[in-house]
Write a protein that binds this ligand. Structure first.
Ligand code: CP
Length: 321
């Protein structure tokens, strides 16, 4: 296992499989009455979040605590970063205290790679700008495997605001490692520039037509659809005329839900959260029997326990839990 987890590309298929196997053991711990194992006793983990988060931050904190590590949360607004301290000085200051891991979320793409050059602690990317969110991709893969089985040859559609999505960037790598066929769908204005050559390298397909993909005209039948959040906070201009037009073209509406469920009642519907209900996903879809949104949240703790375990315990996966 690598010392850091900065990108989904840091993990080959074997390492992804190992983490997902360990996560299954950790999920058993999560279901116990007493959710505590001694594996990371004596380790110190700092959650350093310069961007808002509900799921990632709390699940990393819970994961560390359930594994008996000391976990501390630091946010941009509550730290000396708000007085102008640089990222380099902030992380070197914390590193000097002798901590074992820094879990970092930052608005700048590449910030975690940069931090890894400056500190002795392990660095885990908890989302850097529009770049990557590797633990999200791992928990998505874990959730999908639990719902639809082995991902080899399965077709996953990733839909929405690709330009601003670190979740999509990590998922095409991790799902690809596990043998899934991925088609990404977005309006032309939210399709990242240069995606054609990148799609060729990483082996995924692209489409502007959500209905074509959902109806199987592109890539065959769909086993799972991952709806992405429209990240209005990262948009400086108009990427689509109106919210209504976005929903008509690219939302998982009630009508689309009915069509995809009729074609495949076992389809899995994912969303990394937070959801814009009524924009990229209708409430009927988010709360449907096919939705695994809350399974993703549950898996987030188990998968992050597994990641911390592999990076920090110094033990092999067989000794987990
Ligand atoms: N999916 C995700 O990263 O959610 P949070 O922003 O709440 O952590």
């Amino acid at each position: 296992m690598t010392r850091h987890l900065l990108s989904s590309a840091d993990l080959d298929r074997h390492q992804v499989e190992e983490i997902l196997t360990t996560a299954a053991s950790m999920h058993d711990v999560q279901r116990r009455d007493v959710k505590k194992i001694p594996t990371l006793r004596g380790r110190t983990i700092i959650n350093l979040f310069f961007e808002d988060s509900t799921r990632t931050r709390s699940s990393f904190e819970i994961a560390g605590k359930w594994m008996s590590a000391d976990t501390i949360n630091i946010t941009g607004t509550g730290s000396s970063a708000s007085k102008g301290e640089s990222l380099r000085d902030t992380v070197r200051t914390i590193d000097a205290m002798g901590v074992d891991a820094l879990v970092i979320r930052h608005r700048a793409s590449g910030a975690c790679h940069q931090v890894a050059q400056w500190v002795d602690a392990s660095v885990i990317n908890a989302g850097d700008g529009t770049h990557e969110h590797p633990t999200q991709a791992l928990l998505d893969a874990y959730t999908l495997r639990n719902r639809i089985g082995d991902l080899d040859g399965k077709h996953v559609a990733i839909v929405g605001d690709l330009t601003h999505s670190r979740v999509f960037r990590s998922n095409v790598i991790t799902l690809g490692r596990l043998g899934a066929r991925v088609t990404v769908v977005a309006p032309p204005t939210l399709m990242p520039s240069g995606i054609g050559s990148w799609a060729k390298t990483d082996g995924f397909s692209t489409s502007y037509d959500l209905d074509d993909v959902l109806e199987g005209a592109v890539g065959g039948g769909v086993d799972a659809v991952m709806m992405l959040r429209v990240q209005r906070e990262r948009m400086s201009g108009g990427y689509f005329p109106t919210a209504r037009e976005y929903t008509v073209g690219y939302g998982l509406t009630r009508a689309r839900l009915e069509r995809v469920v009729e074609a495949n009642p076992d389809i899995a519907i994912l969303h990394p959260g937070p959801m814009n209900r009524g924009l990229e996903i209708a409430a009927d879809a988010a709360d449907s029997a096919q939705s695994v949104v809350l399974d993703q949240v549950s898996a987030g703790v188990a998968v992050r326990m597994a990641v911390l375990y592999h990076l920090l315990s110094g033990l092999s996966g067989e000794d987990a839990a």
